[in-house]
Write a protein that binds this ligand. Structure first.
Ligand SMILES: Nc1ncnc2c1ncn2[C@@H]1O[C@H](COP(=O)(O)OP(=O)(O)OP(=O)(O)O)[C@@H](O)[C@H]1O
Ligand SMILES: [Mg+2]
Length: 356
């Protein structure tokens, strides 16, 4: 989103600490664009184990992160530019409109506004904002308001510190999702829906260079997709996870049009159906609120974006061209990464590319 800003650093690290796995991308800044030096994805949940969300405490991250730094041969003490992200329930972001206010009044006025708009309360709230533009006709200001709790930021910084890293810029996940796409694409107009599909949630972002910014979390992800398979196929979590990665939404390859997961004979909706339903609802809300329906594409990122058959299913349901986003498309890459494309790394890459 901050496309026009100058990038000053020489090397950078983008760090996406997710509930399921840590993603790290190491980039070198070139005269124009970036070169991928290295990357790694490491799960923080033992293979095959069914995760219980409430048991997943943050102290499991630092040892994994330290291991990754070691295998990527990065000395944490020498890292000068690192960008990481926080997301989930204790963060919030919203674009609002206010009357024009001079700088000295803006911050206190926004703090007051934020309490009305953002669902995080109390003195523990940290606030950040960015003036997007001032409308010529009305002189109103469009502002992106972001907030998180102090505790969340402290917990996040503690993970980095425990691995020897000094925390740098910390972005909100939704903003980083938009950046991972915007910094890599040359868009002038239109609206894009980006779904960052993780393990417990799907982060939905509506972004366009001139469109109103919108973001929300939908409470279904890869975990719930695996649970659906467990129920339907009477499998263990480990078996269902394997089945999911191998088959995705398709029963088997020679019956490619039968999407078994979506024809469950259980009365509740499947996780994929719930995600689609919530995305549709948010799109309807957005069109009404922003008065703009110039949708161009839906992009899928995150680990669960790799679910086979998902783009076809979503395109059919939402009636919008859908593709799995390849975050490496505009990067210079060494030979060993030439064929690399992985939507799971989109966020980490967006973070690494963020201007200072
Ligand atoms: N090939 C694949 N097909 C389907 N699902 C996959 C595949 N590979 C990984 N996944 C799923 O991706 C999920 C992990 O994705 P990701 O790394 O984006 O999550 P996270 O960022 O750690 O979680 P969150 O964003 O919810 O905090 C897991 O649920 C995993 O089962
Ligand atoms: Mg994630």
């Amino acid at each position: 989103m901050a496309k026009e800003k100058k990038v000053k650093f020489k090397e950078s690290i983008g760090l996406d600490i997710g509930s399921h796995s840590i993603k790290m991308v190491h980039l070198k800044k070139l005269h124009q664009g970036f070169k991928l030096l290295n990357y790694e994805i490491r799960s923080t949940i033992p293979d095959g184990m069914e995760p219980v969300q409430s048991d997943l405490t943050s102290d499991r991250y630092a040892p994994v992160l330290s291991g990754m730094l070691k295998s990527m041969k990065i000395n944490p003490k020498k890292v000068k530019h690192i960008v990481s992200s926080i997301g989930g329930d204790n963060t919030s972001i919203k674009q609002i409109k206010t009357i024009f206010l001079p700088d000295e009044e803006l911050e206190s006025a926004l703090f007051f506004e934020a309490k009305k708009h953002l669902p995080i309360g109390g003195s523990e709230m940290l606030l950040d904002y960015q003036v997007i533009n001032v409308e010529e006709k009305t002189n109103n200001m469009n502002i992106l308001l972001a907030s998180c709790t102090k505790d969340l930021l402290q917990e996040h910084s503690a993970i980095l510190a425990a691995s020897g890293l000094t925390p740098g810029i910390v972005d909100l996940e939704s903003l980083a999702v938009a950046n991972s796409f915007a910094l890599n694409s040359y868009l002038e107009e239109g609206i894009y829906v980006i779904l960052n599909m993780g393990i417990f949630k799907t982060n939905m972002v509506i972004y366009g260079p001139k469109a109103k910014f919108f973001a929300r979390d939908v409470g279904w992800g890869g975990y719930h997709i695996t649970k659906d398979i467990m129920k339907q196929k009477k499998m263990s979590y480990e078996e269902a996870e394997k089945f999911k990665i191998e088959h995705g939404l398709k029963e088997d390859d020679d019956k490619a049009d039968s999407s078994s997961l979506l024809a469950l004979d259980i009365t509740e909706k499947t996780a994929v159906e719930m995600i689609v339903q919530e995305v549709k609802r948010s799109i309807r809300f957005y069109v009404k609120e922003a008065g703009n329906s110039d949708f161009r594409k839906l992009m899928l990122v995150g680990g669960s974006a790799k679910l086979k058959g998902l783009p076809e299913y979503i395109a059919d349901q939402i009636k919008l061209e859908t593709e799995v986003y390849n975050p490496f498309v505009n990067l210079e890459k060494p030979e060993k990464f030439q064929q690399k494309q992985d939507p799971q790394l989109a966020l980490a890459l967006g973070l690494a590319m963020r201007p200072e």
